[in-house]
Design a protein around this ligand. Structure first.
Ligand code: FAD
Length: 324
């Protein structure tokens, strides 16, 4: 049996990222059709308890790389440990999430292995026995589909929220292989890791996002969006204009130079819809735009548009959603 279809099982604070389950679901189908094993690569400290969930979502085998040095992500430490494992087992495919960690790790591992990497994919499918990777190009204006017949493993990062998750199979088990990782990190964390605590979902994984732009007029008005977000169980995002003005942190920026998001519902408030913003949210399933300018570009991509003053519309939405 060839080296297998591999998925990097990204976790944070002992909780698997949703994109891991999305990748496992897509990879399960590929593994079945290719008659290969589906293997998950799990790194961290005290994360063995997650192997059961990986099995229930389709993994046949879990490579468990646990060590104190792998508790927090470091580029060199994780790259060394994961590259060594890939070299030893020679998978045919290696999929990671298009997350902050996945983007960094995939690029470094692919470089060390001198192999091909498709980034920011929105689909991975088998066609005539070939794996086809689909990704947006020109800031989302067009799509590119590519195959990589020669390089092994073929690597790809896949955007969170674009692939469906199969229901878990309770009681399904996987072979867990403990690997003694040699992270070889030259970095050490000499102070505390600062964590942002929020009750709202993480932007890249959120099912609903409420985003504000320059039309918000000031940082104090983001409270209005937070209120709407809390009623909907949503995350809050921002355009670069709002971030550059200092109204929102860069971690909230959506777009070409910010985060790429694919929620089911994206509500854009006071955002004009510049191509660089659309590049980060254009693959949202439903887009709702609230803008007082009927000619705003955002209406070209919106499924539902409200032409009006957001300071009148958003409070009305909050009021109505509270009734549900
Ligand atoms: P504006 O374009 O100023 O739009 C504000 C909108 O608010 C207008 O349409 C206006 O009609 C509306 N409005 C005003 N008041 C109200 C009101 N009371 N009620 C309702 N509507 C109202 N941008 C990003 O967002 N993300 C990126 O990652 C990004 N990366 C970039 C990278 C590069 C290399 C470059 C050159 C640019 C990038 N930009 C990015 C910037 C982008 O080009 C736009 O400048 C930016 O997206 C504009 O933000 P905005 O829509 O909030 O502001």
């Amino acid at each position: 049996m060839p080296g297998g279809i591999w998925v990097y099982a990204e976790q944070k604070d002992g909780k698997l990222k949703k994109v891991t389950l999305e990748l496992l679901s897509a990879a399960r189908k590929i593994a079945d059709e290719q008659k290969e094993e589906l293997c998950a690569v799990l790194t961290g400290r005290d994360v063995a308890g997650l192997a059961g969930t990986l099995a229930e979502y389709g993994a046949d085998k879990v490579y468990l790389l646990q060590s104190e040095d792998l508790e927090n992500y470091t580029t060199d430490g994780y790259t060394s440990a994961v590259t060594a494992l890939v070299r030893e087992h020679q998978p045919s495919v290696f999929l990671l999430g298009y997350t902050v960690l996945g983007r960094d790790l995939a690029a470094h591992v692919a470089q060390r292995l001198d192999t091909g990497l498709f980034t920011d994919c929105v689909d991975v499918r088998l066609e005539d026995g070939q794996l086809v990777f689909k990704r947006p190009i020109y800031a989302g204006k067009a799509f590119f589909e590519g195959v990589c017949p020669e390089a092994r493993p073929v690597m790809a990062t896949v955007r969170p929220n674009v692939l469906p998750v199969n229901p878990p199979q309770a009681g399904r088990t996987a072979q867990v292989i403990e690997v003694n990782p040699q992270p070889g990190s030259i970095r050490q964390i000499i102070r505390d890791v600062v964590r942002q605590v929020s009750t709202r979902p993480e932007l890249t994984e959120a099912d609903i996002i409420v985003s504000g732009g320059r039309g918000m007029k000031g940082p104090e008005n983001f409270r209005l969006l937070e209120e709407l977000a809390d009623v909907l169980g949503a995350a809050v995002g921002a355009s670069r204009a709002a971030v550059d003005a200092g109204w929102a942190p860069h971690s909230m920026q959506v777009g070409q130079t910010g985060k790429t998001v694919s929620p089911t519902l994206y509500i854009a408030c006071g955002i004009s819809g510049a191509i660089q913003h659309l590049a980060g949210m254009g693959s949202s399933k439903y887009i709702v735009a609230i803008n007082k300018d009927p000619e705003a570009n955002i209406f070209k991509v919106a499924d539902y548009g409200i032409v009006g003053d957001l300071f009148e519309v958003v409070p009305l939405l909050i009021q109505e959603f509270k009734k549900l």
